[in-house]
Design a protein around this ligand. Structure first.
Ligand code: OXD
Ligand code: MN
Length: 590
């Protein structure tokens, strides 16, 4: 405990006290304060190779890259075991599992008691966002997992600079994590937003264990943002530059594993590249936004890395991601080829040798070789499209906000909200089919407002009211759009090519932002006139044209009845303005 003594006289006294308290409860053999240095990382990687936590991948093809195989019962977020522990149950809302803070603390104390015996306790100071940004916020994660430390080092600004900022600010989110015995029956992810605290036990999986990510940057931050007048959102941020050199930034919310990473790193179709269009990446998962002095919303990506879904990532779907993964990456639960390269379904035609559990892969068994939620962790700076603006302390001004879900039927390719209130309704009404990013059934349609169902740290009714409150007299708010890349035809095939071709939809949005084209006005919003979307080189069947660019009044009538019922589930806290907007649309649908 000698390192602690060094800090004990400093302004970090309260932090030291908390670390000692946690050590008394969890009884680690050693305490290590992480400085984030290369030497520290190398030592951790070596130790993890020695104890089997990491397996070195092919050094020639993937230098300094490692594979981690998790416990097979610990492969995704656990929404049913994730709680928001506010004093009043209604503040957490029907969108969250709730537990009384005292009960939750008692329960967690008994799990944490002695859980680090024989282990090292790592103290990980981190900053979410550029170290010198007024929009950034810090945290300290205490963990007994070296894998978590190595991932936090990639995903956040971790170590000495973060500790220095904590010393300056004096405030930080306290996160306590232990993998425990990885028993799913002794697994809980608890949030105490009123005390800016997180406690996570029994899982080493990213979304449950890298506390800077979902727990801090979304659940705790959304709560904090509500009282401080900003927004913490499950959104990618991309930059788009047209041939004239005009730059715009777009923030887009999609549920987990619905293509945020692919869209954030999009490479435009050939014709666009030739004409001088360019996409740059600010972030692929989380966006913190606040109004600037000019009334526009300014956004930062609080993360420093990508924790992306591996399956489906290929030269076709996301060449920038593949280029990022050529070195210095951690892969979790992917398969490996016979020459020890990482492999996953959709990457290429090779047949892997070993599956994600470490067994010889049996092609004929018909099971995926990589886990469907297998992941890569890599520094954002390795991405060829990464924008230096991601490091700008002021953030980037947002011209358009995009909501989108995975909807096989009904929802057209793109439409624009009439105004901000309608845009909030469009976000609130979002639905999507569930994916492997969380445990539970896959492919079930559920409401996932603003893609925040698993991540909003307070009552959705209050969250929608908070969104509505940005519509001030001096505000210059972004336009709001909804997209659906996943519409299927009667034969069950996807109707839109997606990936790079999504550029065509982004271009239409920018034309709308610039007031260059008009639209078809419908009760659900403004749909593009098909001739205003550049479809050169895209072959669309008649069915695709009708379904992607048309709207089915009868189907939307049912949808709006269901949206009305959904809003009513929140009772009297649901803002009247949102209910009125829903009713007005329902009426105009007849
Ligand atoms: C993620 C998720 O890991 O949303 O980003 O599950
Ligand atoms: Mn996510």
């Amino acid at each position: 405990m000698t390192d602690i003594a060094q800090n004990s006289q400093s302004k970090l006294e309260a932090l030291n006290q908390w670390v000692l308290e946690v050590a008394r409860l969890t009884r680690p053999d050693r305490i290590h304060w992480c400085d984030g240095s290369d030497a520290e990382n190398e030592a951790l990687i070596q130790a993890m190779q020695a104890d089997g936590t990491l397996i070195k991948l092919n050094e020639d093809t993937h230098p300094n890259s490692y594979l981690h195989r998790s416990h097979p019962d610990d492969v995704a977020r656990v929404e049913h075991l994730t709680f928001v522990c506010t004093t009043n149950r209604d503040d957490a809302g029907p969108n969250n599992h709730w537990m009384a803070p005292e009960l939750a603390r008692q329960q967690m104390d008994s799990l944490f008691e002695g859980c680090m015996e024989g282990r090292t306790m790592y103290v990980v100071p981190y900053c979410m966002g550029p170290i010198d940004s007024p929009l950034s916020r810090c945290g300290v994660e205490i963990t007994d997992s070296a894998y978590v430390v190595a991932n936090m080092r990639i995903m956040t600004r971790m170590g000495a600079p973060a500790l220095a900022r904590i010393e300056r600010d004096g405030s930080y989110v306290k996160g306590l994590h232990s993998t425990g015995d990885l028993n799913p029956d002794r697994r809980f992810i608890m949030h105490f937003p009123e005390e800016l605290e997180i406690q996570s036990f029994g899982s080493g999986y990213g979304g449950n264990a890298l506390l800077g990510k979902k727990c801090h940057a979304l659940r705790i931050a959304s709560h904090q943002a509500q009282s401080e007048g900003w927004l913490a959102e499950h959104m990618l941020i991309l930059g788009i530059e047209n041939p004239k050199g005009d730059k715009h930034y777009i923030a887009a919310a999609f549920p987990s594993a619905c293509g945020k990473t692919n869209l954030a790193m999009l490479i435009p179709p050939e014709g666009y590249v030739r004409d001088g269009w360019k996409i740059t990446t600010i972030g692929d998962d989380i966006c913190w936004m606040r109004p600037g002095a000019d009334g526009r919303l300014y956004a930062i990506n609080p993360e420093a890395g990508f924790f992306g879904v591996a399956p489906g990532t290929s030269e076709k779907s996301n060449p920038n991601a593949l280029a990022s993964l050529q070195r210095d990456a951690i892969f979790t639960n992917v398969a490996v080829t016979d020459d020890n390269q990482p492999w996953w379904e959709g990457l290429d035609k090779r047949v892997p040798a070993i599956d994600w559990r470490g067994n010889v892969y049996d092609f004929n068994a018909g099971k995926p070789a990589a886990h469907p939620n297998s992941r890569f962790t890599v520094s954002a700076k390795q991405c060829p499209s990464y924008s230096p603006m991601a490091e700008d302390p002021q953030g980037v001004p947002i011209s358009a906000i995009v909501f989108g879900g995975r909807r096989a039927s009904l929802v057209p390719l793109v439409f624009e909200a009439r105004d901000w209130t309608h845009g909030v309704l469009v976000g609130a009404a979002m639905g999507s089919e569930t994916t492997a990013a969380a445990t539970g059934a896959v492919g079930v349609m559920r409401r996932d407002p603003m893609a925040m169902k698993p991540f909003c740290g307070y009552n959705f009714a209050d969250y929608f009211a908070h969104w509505l409150s940005f519509d001030q007299a001096n505000a210059k708010l972004p336009k709001v759009f909804h997209v659906n890349w996943f519409r299927k035809g009667d034969a069950g095939d996807f109707l839109w090519p997606g990936f790079g071709d999504n550029m065509r939809v982004l271009e239409w949005m920018l034309k709308r932002v610039a007031g260059e084209v008009d639209s078809q006005e419908t009760p659900i919003g403004h749909l593009p006139k098909i001739e205003d979307v550049n479809l050169e080189g895209v072959e669309l069947s008649q069915e695709a044209r009708e379904k992607l660019f048309g709207y089915d009044r009868e189907g939307w009538r049912h949808e709006f009845a269901s949206i009305g019922e959904y809003l009513d589930e929140y009772g009297p806290r649901m803002p009247e303005a949102l209910k009125d907007e829903q009713k007005a649309t329902a009426r105009s649908l007849g």
